[in-house]
Design a protein around this ligand. Structure first.
Ligand SMILES: Cc1ncc(COP(=O)(O)O)c(C=O)c1O
Length: 388
């Protein structure tokens, strides 16, 4: 065993969505579970000991965040992304998805346009449709697996939008937007008076050669931006329900904060608060090790598909631990594709169609697990070729 991340951990019966909901959601549980985006890795020792330490104090009443919470968030942004922030910009929330809904509900009216770039993380659709907002989609251009922005379409759609939900880095296509792209998006939003929710939950999961730039750190974009930040993906603590919104403009911050308080979403989780601090303050070495491990896996995936399964195109993986695979050459409809993956390859994946119409014929694979599991999955997909 070369890396701590090679260790297989049995998560079944721990009450986890990824394994314990397999039967209910996918119809069987005797499969490799590579769908929902959390990792099968143990969290850092620093997070584990911070939680054990908290447990020694046997009272778990309502929380009050001490300065170390805010300092940890700010220090992380400053040292990793050169983004200088202020404590009073921070609005603590239980997750980025509730944060998006808070922004939609407090900064737009029923019927207002909410713009997203597809294919994209499914709750972005719901953030508009569940709240009676008008969903506007600007499909990304797919050039042989590499996605880019259709600038003409984006500008046309921005004219009808009040809020733009940006996914940066972008799930599921694994793009890390460049400074040039972010600048161009920001200028268009400014030109058309559009507020931006920049979901940066995948900010830390970026591979060599790419750089995450906080959207609000560019020029004066902070004025129009709500940034969603969370240690949930990078440090594998999604179950601790702890995230923050960074909002420098008080005109945007106040309504979001008021609604957050009205809905009583701000109190937080005693363990989540400790875990966030231990993640951002003490777990950078663990994160770097994780990134090295994931980087080797990502290179292996791309190489494997090129050599062994050339009929499937994998988009370049610039960030995230998600591989976006184009199976259109297999000429199966989505039900058939899902069926063969689940019942022949015995792998639970996310069907691309969940990410919008332009996800038809795609599947998303979560490679945040020991490399041996990924190798097994790749071989199973390879063997499907003979069954087509
Ligand atoms: C882009 C994006 N935003 C938000 C989330 C979930 O955020 P949270 O669990 O903090 O609500 C995910 C999870 O996969 C995601 O990929």
């Amino acid at each position: 065993m070369n890396s701590r991340f090679d260790q297989a951990i049995d998560r079944r019966k721990s009450g986890c969505f990824k394994y314990d909901a397999l039967s209910i959601l996918h119809g069987r549980d005797d499969v490799l579970s590579m769908w929902v985006a959390d990792m099968d890795f143990a969290v850092s020792e620093e997070i584990q000991s911070a939680l054990s330490e908290r447990l020694k104090h046997p009272v778990f009443g309502y929380n009050y965040r001490l300065p170390d919470f805010y300092e940890a968030v700010q220090l992380w942004q400053k040292t990793r992304f050169a983004w200088a922030t202020q404590e009073d910009w921070i609005v603590a929330v239980p997750g980025i998805v509730p944060g998006i809904s808070l922004a939609v509900l407090s900064l737009t009216e029923p019927g207002d346009g909410v713009l997203i770039q597809t294919p994209v993380y499914p709750p972005f659709f719901n953030a508009a449709t569940d709240h009676g907002r008008h969903l506007i989609t600007s499909p990304l251009i797919n050039n042989n697996g590499l996605y880019s922005i259709d600038w003409e379409d984006l500008e046309t759609k921005l004219k009808q939008a009040k809020l733009f939900i940006l996914c940066s880095p972008h799930n599921p296509i694994s793009r890390v937007w460049s400074r040039e792209e972010l600048c161009k998006m920001g200028h268009l939003c400014q030109k058309h008076g559009v507020i931006v929710f920049s979901d940066e939950i995948h900010e830390d999961l970026v591979y060599p050669g790419f750089k995450h730039i906080p959207f609000a750190s560019i020029e004066d974009f902070a004025e129009i931006t709500i940034t969603g930040i969370s240690p949930a993906k990078s440090f594998n603590i999604a179950g601790l329900a702890t995230a923050v919104l960074m909002i420098s403009n008080p005109k945007l911050r106040k309504p979001v904060k008021v609604l957050n308080e009205k809905l009583h979403l701000y109190m937080g989780n005693s363990f989540g608060i400790r875990a966030l601090i231990a993640a951002y303050h003490d777990s950078e070495v663990w994160l770097e090790e994780l990134l090295q491990y994931l980087n080797v896996t990502r290179e292996m995936i791309v190489d494997f598909f090129q050599r062994e399964i050339p009929s499937v195109k994998v988009s370049p993986i610039e960030g995230t631990y998600l591989a976006w695979m184009d199976f259109k050459d297999w000429e199966l409809d989505d039900a058939e594709l899902q069926n063969i993956m689940l019942n022949k390859a015995l792998i639970a994946l996310e069907p691309g169609i969940k990410y919008g119409e332009d996800g038809k014929g795609y599947m998303r694979l979560n490679f945040g697990c020991p490399r041996s599991t990924v190798i097994e999955a790749l071989n199973r997909i390879k063997n499907l070729q003979g069954m087509l």
